[in-house]
Design a protein around this ligand. Sequence first.
Ligand code: G3H
Ligand code: 13P
Ligand code: NA
Ligand code: ZN
Length: 324
Amino acid sequence: GLVNTREMFAKAIKGGYAIPAFNFNNMEQLQAIIKAASEEKSPVILQVSKGARNYANATLLRYMAQGAVAYAKELGWEHPQIVLHLDHGDSFELCKSCIDSGFSSVMIDGSHLPYEENVALTKKVVDYAHQFDVTVEGELGVLAGVEDEVSSDHHTYTDPEEVIDFATRTGCDSLAISIGTSHGAYKFTPEQCTRNAEGRLVPPPLAFEVLDAVMEKLPGFPIVLHGSSSVPQEYVDIINKYGGKLPDAIGIPEEELRKAAKSAVCKINIDSDSRLAMTAAVREVFATKPGEFDPRKYLGPARDEMEKLYKHKIVNVLGSNGKA
Ligand code: G3H
Ligand code: 13P
Ligand code: NA
Ligand code: ZN
């Protein structure tokens, strides 16, 4: 069945790699994730947001995730290491509902709350979750951009002085931190960037000094990075070539994620890149084969492109291939 993150994270920290946490909303994304993870023998976290759960329907989703384990075995993955994780849980009730319906891991995101409220809410979720051996991710620090309904126009980096107290008092199993990543395809404005020789925008570096300070306070504790899409320019170019409009979409350079994966960062969240892969493939079919109207003829290529993307992340960025 599904597994929680405990053993997976401990191994990843020791081994100097990170587990991919890929969001999914539909069958094609799920198929692509499972195929990539199975073929690369990579532990994987299937991540579902509140919006995704509402979109896909909680009951269907539960069986889709169970089906994913069976599908992985069918693909020849003997012992699939698959987590079903709630992304950005915003209340105790939502976390409880997910735990009660078979999730093996949840995030309670109290990062926008006053510190003591974040501690109390996270602890309440942990106390419930641990009764069922479900692992819990908490968050300290605020990412710029939109997180569910909450939006912030600037980063509040995680305060390393708070992390010991937070981890100890809440009992959380992992901690998401803010070091300059953000959600979506517009992580930096062009004004914040410099240009390289090819004229591409290069973003300012992540605050690795904050990550280092956190790791010094909590040696060996599992750290999570949200907002880690790299916004591949090939996809942005295809989308814009075939009628899309995504000016100045900028992500996190993969080199920085490679560096993070070697540290105590053991979960890296990627959603936007998969959305871009899917959109690029669909737009290309629509533009080049205007006679097609069978969804399999455009969702099929989209699925293939996502699988390619997931494999690339697993093998070339996170280094989780061959670890399960
Ligand atoms: O953190 C945000 C994830 O990319 C999920 O996004 O809430 O639109 O499903 P969503
Ligand atoms: P991206 O928008 O960078 O893919 O981040 C996804 C994420 O953090 C989901 O929680
Ligand atoms: Na790591
Ligand atoms: Zn996130």
